[in-house]
Design a protein around this ligand. Structure first.
Ligand code: NAD
Length: 442
């Protein structure tokens, strides 16, 4: 099929590359000229495991091309995917300006009947507005079917998720369009669920809100474990044996981040508010998460008192491993809090430093070498569970740091291992280990 993908971000680029690899003729269009130039040379603008080799392959076999020209992109596509950004506005509602702008551009440039498929995460009812835009702006004699096809890929495993996703949601009121979308996705052998458009839009928000709820729930249980002397590892193991609960997304830590959960949960609260349905549960989920981001700095102050002039090693900038995405990462809140307290920070991350530098500039130091970041530090804060951090020999902390105080926001180490080393170790929902000198946490 002739497919165009609008937006060469995490979703659009992965979709374009994977569909091209599946044998379709794909054009990926973006408004950012520099991005398109990089992509034409086979360079990806962000890190995603496995993406660059697939990009090179599909560029060289001619299945994929990149453009900034709307005419070239939209004039003879059979299916057009919208994968532009839907960032949060200050009040938590969704900025739909990119969605509407791209809809106008597509409608004005199509020259044949087309299916327009929204992959971007958009509030319920947005595809109805897109329909209206096409109704008014497309050439009268052409047909444009609007389909909602929300995306569930996870950064860091996006290629695998494209091929091995749990389900594909296709929201449409037209059986013909549903049939074409089924044909497109059939080779992936992933269950396809056909719904009406509004339900498809809601499925995306409800999925992310539910996962965020699991995270905040287990973090609250972890916080309680600390207060009553229980251990979250054992609690999760115990409750996870219940098949109705399971163990996934029950990893206690310093909260969720990234480009989706924070903005999608806030958007759903807004959406509910708009129809006079206060979503109190989700409001609490968001509040718990915000508090969780600041937890380690509060703990550091409890242990050390003032952090003014103290040297902190911040291990992990990305919001999760295997990505260089720092959007809404817990690390950013921690850095801001630490700087406010007067601490001096050296941050380690294997790949997210360039993105962090764009945001934080020279307010902190950076290193891709963990040992260098730890050298002479008064305390270390673990914000991302990178393999390099999880497999760091535990004697490194005492060997390199001035004071081996480790605040682990991702529970990277087994307590029985930590117990063998001369460090002070504070994690989430587990007993504090202090093999250096006794400390007390409230
Ligand atoms: P992104 O910000 O990384 O990329 C969006 C791209 O769209 C940018 O390159 C931008 O230049 C481009 N763009 C903006 N206006 C355009 C236009 N008129 N024509 C062509 N290109 C245009 O965003 P993303 O992370 O890929 O997310 C895209 C959407 O998918 C969002 O709605 C997001 O919520 C959703 N989503 C994201 C993920 C994820 O893991 N990142 C997962 C599932 C769903």
């Amino acid at each position: 099929m002739k497919i165009t993908v609008a937006g060469a971000g995490n979703v659009g680029l992965v979709t374009a590359v994977c569909l091209a690899d599946a044998g379709h003729q794909v054009t990926c269009v973006d408004t950012q000229k520099e991005k398109i130039e990089m992509l034409r040379k086979g360079i990806t603008p962000f890190f995603e495991p496995g993406l660059e080799p697939l990009l090179e392959k599909t560029l060289s076999n001619g299945q994929l091309r990149f453009t900034t020209d709307p005419k070239l992109a939209y004039s003879n596509a059979e299916i057009i995917f919208i994968a532009v950004g839907t960032p949060a506005k200050k009040d938590g509602s969704v900025d739909l300006s990119y969605i509407y702008a791209v809809s106008y551009t597509i409608a004005e440039n199509i020259q044949n009947d087309v299916i327009v498929c929204t992959k971007s995460t958009v509030p319920v009812g947005t595809n109805d507005v897109i329909k209206q835009i096409f109704h008014h702006r497309k050439p009268r004699h052409l047909k444009a079917d609007i389909v909602s096809n929300p995306e569930f890929l996870r950064e860091g495993s996006a290629i695998m998720d494209f091929y091995l996703g749990d389900r594909i949601i296709v929201g449409t009121d037209n059986p013909e369009a549903a049939n074409i979308m089924e044909q497109l996705y059939l080779p992936l052998k992933i269950p396809i669920i056909i719904t009406d458009i509004r339900s498809a839009e809601m499925i995306k928000y409800a999925s992310n809100a539910f996962l965020a709820t699991k995270i905040s729930f287990i973090n609250e249980i972890a916080n309680l474990c600390e207060k009553v002397g229980a251990n979250i590892d054992e609690v999760v193991y115990g409750i996870g044996r219940d098949k109705r609960i399971g163990t996934s997304f029950l990893q206690a830590g310093i909260g969720y981040g990234g480009s989706c959960f924070p903005k999608d949960t806030k958007a759903l609260v807004q959406l509910a508010g708009n129809v006079k349905h206060p979503f109190e549960l989700l409001e609490s989920v968001i509040k718990v998460n915000q508090s969780q981001h600041s937890l380690l700095v509060r703990k550091a102050k409890e242990i050390m008192g003032s952090l003014k002039g103290k040297k902190a090693a911040l291990l992990g900038l990305a919001f999760k491993p295997e990505t260089d995405d720092i959007r809404e990462a817990a690390s950013i809140t921690i850095i801001k809090d630490l700087l406010e307290e007067g601490a001096i920070i050296t941050a380690f991350d294997p790949i997210a430093i360039p993105k962090a530098h764009q945001l934080l500039g020279n307010s902190i130091e950076y290193s891709t070498d963990i040992r260098q970041a730890l050298k002479d530090a008064d305390f270390a804060v673990i914000a991302t569970e990178w393999e390099q951090i999880k497999h760091l020999p535990l004697n490194t902390f005492a060997a390199y740091m001035k004071e081996p105080i480790v605040l682990d926001g991702r529970n990277c180490y087994a307590l029985r291992e930590v117990q063998r080393y001369p460090i002070t170790y504070v994690s989430i929902g587990r007993p504090v280990i202090s093999n250096v000198k006794p400390i007390s946490l409230k």
